[in-house]
Design a protein around this ligand. Structure first.
Ligand code: ADP
Ligand code: MG
Length: 422
């Protein structure tokens, strides 16, 4: 049975007259591990501040276990939810155990000191972040990463049902980041603690969460399972970067590979379509040059995973694909024919031809009247001369022209870009 633990209901919040988070709603069920991601400044921390009552809502409500959060007494609230803020300023010379003991305060009677049971919980909380050995150390003498783990321990000492973390691995190196994430997942799975974490690392969110919420410019743009969110079409517009998503078979989770920022790369389109026949990296420089010159580029048929294929995907270039190590099948062949017929010009890169891609050359005989440019310099023919024969015949009858440097420069309208292809 699903039981709601946290609900934001049409929350609008900000500073002064400025609304930073607008009309945000979401529900988190007991036992879930939910990540909140989004670019810097999108309002993630602002949303977390509403939990502690630090920031009054402009409109909407936050509910904790079904009760209006603003009406729950502070002590009672602390027994349900613990919040680890993004920037904890801990400059007092407290010992680690004293900081963690503060997490027990909601449970102490007035003026009472910690009991045996409290000390057990403090040690448990330290152990959860791998910091038991730092128990007696002053936190001013700890590294940023160690301090961060102590702060998480203090939150755990509240024995919360819900742990809210704002970029908990901000100060941690990769080893501790991974360790903390694994420990959080374990607490979630074994102790049943619900986790709501702001994470800047999308791949960590993908690997450890049940669900991901995406915030962009103060609004919720997506809320779904990892496979629904870790997608190029979802993340590219939010982060304004080119990226590819691939399955990481070692972690069994999808991951993103960020490629380049789009904020600086504004292409002017020229309205022309070029279809490029390539493969094995023979087309990479050309694909990028045509793309940057404003052409709408398509490529095919390429084996999935081929380096030209990966580049197309990163640039958002249409690519007609075939399974690796397979000859071009009829479906891909027909898709390729369709793309070729729709293009203003066709370019054949200096690609080796073998049995698997011979149909990429044979197909050129079916597009009479199209402008075809063929670049053949170093490429080899592994088809007993069949590919070379087709190319020779196309050139001889004038159906295709040979693509030299001058011709390429003219097509690109930019000699410098063509020069980079040599
Ligand atoms: P995120 O955590 O997603 O990086 P924040 O919630 O920290 O984003 O910030 C969202 C926006 O609110 C930013 O434009 C930021 O400058 C602004 N902001 C954050 N804190 C304050 C504050 N105390 N006073 C005024 N504006 C703030
Ligand atoms: Mg933040």
């Amino acid at each position: 049975m699903n039981k709601e633990i946290l609900r934001f209901d049409h929350v609008t919040v900000g500073y002064g007259t400025r609304e930073v988070v607008k009309d945000f709603s979401c529900t988190i069920q007991e036992g879930e591990f939910v990540s909140l991601i989004g670019p810097n400044g999108s309002g993630k921390s602002t949303l977390i501040h509403t939990m502690t009552g630090m920031l009054p809502l402009k409109s909407g409500k936050v509910f904790l276990c079904g009760k209006d959060n603003s009406q729950i007494p502070v002590k009672e609230r602390a027994q349900i939810a613990a919040v680890v803020p993004q920037n904890f300023q801990g400059n007092f010379a407290f010992k680690a155990k004293e900081i963690v003991a503060m997490g027990r305060h909601p449970f102490l009677k007035r003026m009472a000191s910690e009991s045996e049971e409290d000390y057990k919980i403090i040690d448990w909380a330290l152990a959860q972040t791998g910091t038991l050995h730092l128990r007696e150390r002053k936190i001013t003498q700890l590294s940023g990463g160690e301090r961060q783990r102590i702060i998480i321990s203090a939150a755990l000492a509240q024995k919360p049902k819900l742990l809210i973390l704002d970029e908990p691995t901000n100060h941690l190196d990769i080893q501790y980041t991974l360790e903390i994430m694994q420990r959080m997942r374990k607490l979630n799975q074994e102790e049943g603690i619900t986790i709501f974490a702001v994470l800047h690392d999308i791949n960590m969110a993908a690997r450890f969460s049940d669900r991901i919420i995406v915030l962009s410019d103060g609004s919720k743009v997506e809320d779904g399972s990892v496979s629904q969110i870790i997608r190029e079409d979802v993340l590219k517009p939010v982060y304004q970067i080119d990226l590819v998503v691939r399955e990481n078979f070692l972690t069994d989770a999808p991951e993103i590979v960020p490629l380049r920022s789009n904020r600086t790369l504004q292409r002017k389109r020229n309205g022309k379509k070029v279809h490029i026949i390539c493969g094995g990296g023979s087309g990479s420089a050309m694909i990028e040059a045509f793309h940057n010159s404003g052409y709408e580029v398509s490529c095919g048929v390429l084996s999935m995973g081929d380096s030209d294929y990966e580049l197309c995907r990163s640039l958002g270039v249409t690519v007609i694909e075939e399974k690796p190590y397979c000859e071009i099948g009829d479906v891909a062949y027909l898709q390729n024919l369709h793309a070729l017929k729709g293009a203003d010009l066709v370019v054949v890169a200096d690609v080796d031809i073998g049995r698997s891609n011979l149909r990429n050359i044979e197909i050129l005989q079916e597009i009479a009247g199209k402008q075809i440019y063929i670049r053949r310099e170093k490429a080899l023919d592994y088809t007993d001369g069949k590919a070379d024969a087709i190319v020779r015949q196309l050139l001889a009858c004038g159906a295709a022209s040979s693509l030299g440097q001058a011709q390429l420069s003219a097509l690109l309208g930019n000699a410098a870009q063509a020069g980079a292809l040599q």
